[in-house]
Design a protein around this ligand. Structure first.
Ligand SMILES: Nc1nc2c(c(=O)[nH]1)N[C@H]1C(S)=C(S)[C@@H](COP(=O)(O)OP(=O)(O)OC[C@H]3O[C@@H](n4cnc5c(=O)[nH]c(N)nc54)[C@H](O)[C@@H]3O)O[C@H]1N2
Ligand SMILES: Nc1nc2c(c(=O)[nH]1)N[C@H]1C(S)=C(S)[C@@H](COP(=O)(O)OP(=O)(O)OC[C@H]3O[C@@H](n4cnc5c(=O)[nH]c(N)nc54)[C@H](O)[C@@H]3O)O[C@H]1N2
Ligand code: SF4
Ligand SMILES: [Mo]
Length: 749
């Protein structure tokens, strides 16, 4: 080790927890020597998980791309940035001019959320391309929550989070934050937070078809049959009405249609839903009693509630129950973060209806919040007479992460031209004609703008650039900007200037809303940052809820967090934000908004169909498939890193001993899993952590495409892709893919 060692602080960029890290960096070797949790980080207090090293392993991975490449008959060939960007712009423009804008398509994956600059410029590129065929990981993720937040609060990105540090009761449905490290629940060390609740005399309850690590840490775990949460929650609400104890609290003057909601849930009682959900009526009634007895309670749900048949209805009911019991927007309940980069005032009314403005071309599925369901990619790409001819993927691996990934892989063969902005040649990007790699986290600065909106404690963070990038690399934001500019017939600087000007106009407007005047000249004089994206962040922070308003008051700026001894600055506990932040056109909350009300007939129809089905008593091979996350995975993209794929195979099917016995399955032997669209053979794990009738297989595996250049993923942990077993079924109310509660049959091999 050299003597030129520097100690740096940054935020871990790998998941939403955003833990604070201390790194030792060898300046001579351009290497990170060690990464540890920062004990002085006010949120994580030294906590880190196994993936805290991931961004360094990625930085060092020799198979990571470090130059733009194009596909030739002789394999991948390095090309210059100018050639790459000019070719892409020319090809995409040609397709658009010849076949219209919807002959182009975009898929955006999850890691983009961890790159502030890329997020800023993405909007410009989407506008420049203008396609209705926009897909993202969001439709295999949080889309029901977006539509619920839009419907009730008028803002699709203002999500309630459980106020863990002050709640007396935490009910966690369809989430496993001890493994996922929390999603739309920004708390490093959820296990510690749950322990604190218990030590204060509070209670934690997990409702999940699997007894997860989170369930193990809770006081109570209830098995629920996959896809039935909406009925459970409607029966929960019904019980509130039965008790005649509705407490609307400080929002009572802003909530409409309580009686309509009461009528809508009337038929769903603890008794009428018990056989469907698998939760006995008495257990549900006791839970409601406990929930009321708790001074404050946070009722939270995540992926298992989103990506299922009634994702929207489930999340709608979560929010409604919080509202009916005064647990919404109050300490200890479900609250809204106040992000330092966000708007603080009333803002524009949500007059744009982010639903059904256009439809998918093949089966006419309505867009939700600007997106079509990712599982429809294959059929949209190959739509006869209306094909997608040019595709751009950004930080995404839909071939593994989206239902019918195999079909998507085949559909990609039919494209005239495909471009991937990605750091690896993997199952998806190997189908591209050009791949543009970008710098990775140690090579650019970052601000966790997205996740500051989902936190349980308000903060502002900044991660400095650690190393100068390898010579062949550009930042992802820069690449997106260059493409947006070329697609708009502008120079890079002109495009950047337009975006900057748009932000300045927004800041001037924010100032007006807050009753002070601010000129563009003052802003231009004062704004600071080492790059355009940093200056954008400075504009947002200074005009935001804690900002110095460019000298109009004491407050923070980008420089303040750069000067801070830690990578994250404490901005205090969550605050009450309603009714001030209500952005619905009426500035009120309608419990029977059409987003939910229109789904009631479908709920009722399925209730009738499913009632009477009793999985445990079933002697057939029918099972319901759910997912599973492991602490060393991150969807599909960490499987080339040896430290994270060593050890036993995690891509197994887990079933309950009773099912194993009935179906003649032996622990660690293979089982054949057959669905309506595919089949796979996979080792079985028998565990009573599974609810009878339910089988769990993780996603993100299936590294079997030989064109991929991830040799460790291919050789050490190929696994199978459960998404090849999952069809294009949707939660129709939110156009979200259904990856939990999928009917499959199991057969001993
Ligand atoms: N069956 C099932 N399917 C699921 C889920 C499930 O629970 N069950 N979960 C869903 C969820 S929640 C999500 S979010 C999606 C994820 O879906 P995706 O985001 O499409 O999938 P990932 O596998 O995370 O792919 C990430 C891609 O980003 C690239 N990448 C990583 N870091 C960087 C970077 O710094 N720069 C660039 N340019 N590229 C980078 C990786 O190489 C990889 O190609 O999967 C969904 N799929
Ligand atoms: N280690 C690791 N961490 C991750 C990721 C990863 O891949 N690996 N991915 C990241 C991403 S992109 C996201 S979005 C988050 C997701 O964060 P979480 O939502 O916390 O993660 P999951 O483990 O998918 O939790 C979903 C839970 O829902 C349960 N479930 C399935 N079906 C149902 C149902 O019908 N009803 C109920 N009540 N429960 C059901 C499953 O058993 C599972 O325990 O995790 C993030 N963190
Ligand atoms: S919990 Fe998330 S942010 Fe914290 S160390 Fe692990 S991957 Fe990084
Ligand atoms: Mo996700």
């Amino acid at each position: 080790m050299s003597n030129n060692i520097e100690t740096l602080r940054r935020i871990c960029p790998t998941c939403e927890a955003c833990c604070g890290l201390i790194m030792q960096v060898d300046r001579d070797q351009n290497k990170i020597v060690s990464i540890k949790g920062d004990p002085d980080d006010h949120r994580s207090k030294g906590y880190v998980c196994a993936k805290s090293q991931a961004f360094n392993y990625i930085y060092e991975d020799t198979e990571r791309l470090r130059h733009p490449v194009k596909k030739t008959i002789d394999g991948w060939q390095e090309i210059s940035w100018d050639e790459a960007l000019d070719t892409i712009a020319a090809k995409f423009s040609h397709i658009r001019n010849t076949h219209g804008k919807d002959a182009l398509s975009i898929y955006v994956g999850n890691p983009l959320g961890h790159d502030f600059a890329a997020g800023v410029y993405l909007q410009a590129l989407m506008t420049a391309i203008g396609t209705e065929r926009f897909f993202s990981a969001g439709t295999v993720d949080q889309m029901p929550q977006q539509r619920v937040c839009w419907g009730l609060i008028g803002h699709e990105w203002l999500f309630p989070v459980p106020d863990l540090s002050r709640t007396d009761m935490f009910i966690c449905m369809g989430a496993n934050p001890l493994v996922s490290q929390g999603s739309i629940l920004g708390t490093p060390n959820v296990k510690g937070a749950m322990l604190d609740i218990q030590q204060r005399g509070g209670k934690c309850v997990v409702i999940d078809p699997r007894r997860t690590a989170t369930a193990e840490a809770a006081d109570q775990h209830l098995f629920i049959k996959p896809g039935t949460d909406a009925y459970f929650l409607m029966a929960f609400a019904n019980t509130l009405f039965e008790r005649n104890d509705i407490r609307l609290g400080h929002l009572s003057d802003y909530i409409d249609n309580v009686d309509g909601l009461k009528a809508a849930v009337a038929r769903y009682t603890p008794e009428s839903t018990a056989s469907l959900t698998g939760i006995p009526a008495q257990t549900l009634r006791q839970l409601v009693t406990d929930y009321y007895a708790a001074e404050t309670a946070a009722l939270y749900g995540r992926i298992g509630l989103c990506t299922q048949e009634f994702g929207l209805a489930s999340h709608w009911m979560l929010m409604v129950i919080s509202l009916l019991t005064g647990n919404f927007d109050r300490e200890g309940g479900m609250m809204l973060a106040t992000a330092p980069t966000g708007g603080s005032g009333p803002g524009g009314a949500g007059d744009v209806k982010p639903y059904g403005r256009w439809h998918s071309k093949v089966r006419g599925v309505p867009e939700t919040c600007g997106e079509l369901p990712a599982s429809l990619m294959a059929e949209e790409i190959t739509a006869t007479g209306n094909e997608v001819r040019g595709l751009l993927t950004i930080c995404g691996n839909p071939v593994l992460s989206v239902p019918r990934g195999d079909k998507i892989h085949t559909a990609l063969d039919t494209l005239d031209f495909m471009v991937a902005l990605d750091i690896y040649i993997n199952e998806t990007t190997s189908q591209a004609d050009i791949i543009l790699p970008s710098t990775v986290h140690p090579e650019h600065s970052n601000i966790d703008v997205t996740f500051q909106n989902f936190t349980t404690r308000n903060y502002l963070s900044f991660s400095p650039k650690t190393f100068e990038p390898a010579p062949g690399l550009k930042d992802l934001g820069e690449i997106i900007l260059e493409l947006a500019a070329r697609m708009s017939g502008l120079s890079r600087d002109e495009m950047d200037g337009f975006i900057y000007q748009g932000m300045v106009d927004m800041v001037v407007k924010r100032a007006e809303e807050h009753g002070y005047s601010l000129s563009a000249d003052t802003i231009n004089e004062q704004v600071s940052g080492d790059s355009s994206p940093e200056r954008f962040a400075d504009l947002m922070i200074r005009s935001g809820p804690y900002g110095d308003q460019f000298g109009h008051r004491e407050g923070i700026s980008l420089q303040a967090i750069k000067d801070h001894p830690q990578a994250s600055m404490d901005l205090g506990p969550l605050q009450q934000r309603l009714p001030g932040m209500l952005r619905t056109p009426s500035k009120r909350m309608d419990l029977m908004h059409e987003a939910f009300a229109n789904d009631l007939p479908r709920l009722q129809q399925r209730f009738v169909e499913r009632s009477g089905q009793n999985l445990e008593a079933d002697s057939s091979n029918d099972m319901l498939l759910i997912g599973r996350r492991h602490v060393r995975d991150m969807n599909s993209w960490l499987h080339n890193l040896k430290p994270y794929v060593r050890g036993s195979n995690r891509c197994t099917a887990k079933v309950n001993p009773a099912d194993a016995e009935r179906l003649g399955l032996t622990h660690e032997a293979d089982v054949r899993v057959v669905s309506s669209v595919g089949e796979a053979v996979i080792p079985i794990e028998i565990s009573d952590e599974m609810m009878p009738g339910v089988v769990s297989i993780p996603h993100g595996f299936g590294h079997v495409y030989q064109a991929s250049k991830q040799s460790n993923a291919l050789s050490i942990s190929p696994g199978i892709s459960c998404n090849n077993l999952i069809d294009e079924s949707l939660d129709e109310a939110s156009s979200t893919c259904l990856v939990n509660g999928v009917p499959v049959k199991l057969f001993a091999v």
